[in-house]
Ligand binder design. Structure first.
Ligand code: FES
Length: 125
């Protein structure tokens, strides 16, 4: 039988802000726990580039240019429907819902199982 890991209670769901997160130490593993569009995701706080503390990085929407039909730029925006986290060491960005690196989807953050039960968030590490 596969190792089921150990369950850790993180916080009440209502203390996890939409589009934000918390950093927790679960045993010997640092885990970032984020709430995105109502769902909760948990990733190891370890960047796939050089091991930086990715889960402490800035959360921002995907950068987009808004264009006219002729290709001229009307403006720029950060799309709040596609949130990313940027590693504070060298700026690698990861999609907060999938954990995939936006520049190279072959890299992805280590994900941990999440369960919301009786209003509390639990992860299994
Ligand atoms: S260690 Fe994260 S971008 Fe380099």
């Amino acid at each position: 039988m596969a190792d089921q890991g150990v369950e850790y209670r993180i916080c009440p769901l209502n203390q996890l802000p939409e589009g934000g997160g918390v950093l927790a130490v679960a045993g010997e593993v640092e885990v970032g726990v984020f709430r995105v569009r109502g769902r909760v995701h948990a990733y190891e706080n370890r960047c796939r580039h050089q091991g930086g503390p990715v889960c402490t990085g800035e959360i921002l929407g995907r950068y987009e240019q808004v264009l006219n039909p002729d290709g001229t730029v009307i403006g720029e925006r950060f799309n709040p429907d596609q949130l990313r986290i940027a590693c504070p060491w060298h700026g690698w960005e990861y999609d907060l819902e999938t954990g995939r690196c936006t520049a190279d989807p072959g890299y992805r953050l280590r994900r941990f199982p999440v369960e919301v039960r009786d209003g509390d968030v639990f992860i299994r590490v």
